[in-house]
Design a protein around this ligand. Structure first.
Ligand code: PLP
Length: 385
C-alpha cells in the first residue's frame, strides 16, 4: 500500500512544509559565492551583514514594529522557547518564581517549564475547556504579586485553536507581567501585530511557512528591552546566540524570503487553504458517521483540523499506509505511546485521543488531492464497518 513519495498526499503541513523553490534560489548564492562568515573582519562580509539586517527588518515590519534589533535568530522555536523562558525566569527571579501557562502548550514549552519546576519555580496550569480555550477570567484571578511570566501559545499545533491573545496581552500588561507567546503556528500565516496583541516576546520557526528547517527566531518587544530587565535579557540572548556559533546565513536568508512570500500571498493562501480544509472536513463529516471535531471550529487557524474517529483504528493512516500523510499531533510526540496531552486536557479519553488525527493543509495542496484524500479515508473507514 505504501506509495511513491510523489504519489503521497501530504496533509501534515503543521509538522513541516515543503521549501518554496524561490526560497531555495535565494539561499543558493549564500552557500556558494557569498559563503563568508559574517563574523569575520573582511570588508567583503558587509554585503552579507547588510542582508541579515534586512531580514531582521522584514520580520519587524511584519510584526508591526520598527526596530530590527528586536529580532534574534535561533535554530528554531524549541531553542527560542528554551532561551526566552530560561533567561526571563532567571532575570525576573527577584520579583518571584510563579509562571502561568496552559496544559495545551507545545512539548518544548512544557519541558522547559518542567525543568524550572525542579529548581523551585511554581508552574501553574490554567484549565482549558472542551474547545481547547483558556478562560481569561481564570488567568486574571491567578496572577499574583510574584507572577513573572504568562506563557500562552498563539495557535495550537494539534487543533489549530487560537487563544484570546489580545485579551491575554491586556491582562498581562495591566498586571505588569511579561507575556510570552509561542507563535510558531501563526507566524507567516496570520497578520501578527505584536503591539496590537500586547505580546512582549514571541518565537517562530521557518519550516512552518515554507522556509528551511533549523532556523527560527525570537522577537523581543523594544518596550520590554528598554526596561532594565529587558536590556539584560537582550544581552543574554545575544551572548547565548554568540556562544551557539557561526551565524546560519543560508537559513536566515531562507527564513526572510519565505516570510516575504508568505506575507505577499497571505490573503490568497488564506482563501485557498480555508476552502480545501473546509471541503475536506465537510466530506469526512458527511460520509463517516460519528466523527467529531476536536477544538473550537470558530477560533481556529485556517489550515488545521483535528478529527476524532472514535472506536476506529487510525494507525494505518498515521503510519502512512494509505498514502495520505497526516499525524496525531506534533512530530515530536508521534513516536510516543502516550495519548496527546492537548486532547487529554480538553477532556478526551485515552481512546478518543488515540483515535484522533490532525490534518493540516498548505498552499501546495490541490482540490484534486483533497477529493482523493477524503475518498481514500472514507473508503478505509467504510471497509472497517
Ligand atoms: N511550538 C509549536 C507550536 C510547534 O508547532 C513547534 C513545532 O512542531 C515547535 C514549537 C518547535 O519548533 P522547532 O521544530 O522549530 O523547534
Amino acid at each position: 500500500l505504501i506509495q511513491e513519495p510523489n504519489k503521497n498526499i501530504y496533509l501534515d503541513n503543521n509538522a513541516t512544509t515543503k521549501v518554496d523553490d524561490r526560497v531555495i534560489a535565494e539561499i543558493l548564492p549564500f552557500m556558494t559565492e557569498l559563503f563568508l562568515n559574517p563574523s569575520s573582519r573582511y570588508v567583503q562580509v558587509n554585503e552579507i551583514t547588510k542582508k541579515i539586517v534586512e531580514e531582521k527588518s522584514r520580520i519587524s515590519n511584519y510584526l508591526g514594529v520598527d526596530n530590527e534589533n528586536e529580532i534574534v535568530f535561533t535554530s528554531g522555536a524549541t531553542e527560542s522557547i528554551n532561551l526566552s523562558i530560561s533567561s526571563l525566569s532567571e532575570l525576573l527571579s527577584n520579583k518571584g518564581k510563579h509562571i502561568i501557562t496552559s496544559p495545551t502548550e507545545h512539548k518544548a514549552m512544557l519541558d522547559i517549564l518542567g525543568s524550572l519546576a525542579k529548581v523551585g519555580y511554581e508552574i501553574e496550569y490554567l484549565s482549558v475547556d472542551a474547545d481547547g480555550l483558556i478562560d481569561v477570567l481564570e488567568l486574571e484571578q491567578k496572577i499574583r504579586q510574584d507572577t513573572i511570566i504568562v506563557s500562552i501559545m498563539f495557535c495550537n499545533n494539534e487543533t489549530g485553536v487560537i487563544q484570546p491573545i489580545k485579551q491575554i496581552g491586556e491582562i498581562a500588561k495591566d498586571k505588569n507581567v511579561a507575556f510570552f507567546s509561542d507563535a510558531t503556528q501563526a507566524f507567516g500565516k496570520l497578520y501578527l501585530d505584536a503591539s496590537y496583541f500586547g505580546i512582549d516576546i514571541l518565537c517562530f520557526s521557518a519550516h512552518k511557512f515554507h522556509g528551511p528547517k533549523g532556523v527560527g527566531g525570537i522577537f523581543c518587544n523594544s518596550a520590554l528591552i528598554s526596561t532594565k530587565i529587558g536590556n539584560k535579557l537582550f544581552d543574554k540572548f545575544i551572548k547565548m546566540i554568540k556562544i551557539a556559533g557561526t551565524t546560519n546565513v543560508p537559513g536566515i536568508i531562507g527564513l526572510g524570503k519565505a516570510l516575504e512570500i508568505s506575507v505577499s500571498d497571505m490573503d490568497l493562501n488564506l482563501t485557498h487553504i480555508t476552502e480545501l480544509r473546509d471541503r475536506f472536513e465537510a466530506q469526512i463529516l458527511k460520509n463517516c458517521s460519528g466523527v467529531t471535531v476536536n477544538g473550537n471550529s470558530k477560533n481556529r487557524i485556517y489550515n488545521t483540523i483535528n478529527l476524532c474517529f472514535k472506536n476506529r483504528d487510525v494507525e494505518p493512516i498515521l503510519n502512512g499506509y494509505l498514502g495520505v500523510l497526516a499525524s496525531n499531533g506534533s512530530a515530536c510526540n508521534s513516536f510516543s505511546e502516550k495519548p496527546s496531552h492537548v486532547l487529554k486536557s480538553m477532556g478526551l479519553s485515552d481512546e478518543e485521543a488515540n483515535s484522533s488525527i490532525r490534518f493540516s493543509f498548505s498552499k501546495y495542496n490541490t482540490s484534486e488531492e483533497v477529493e482523493k484524500a477524503s475518498d481514500i479515508i472514507i473508503k478505509y473507514f467504510r471497509n472497517l464497518e
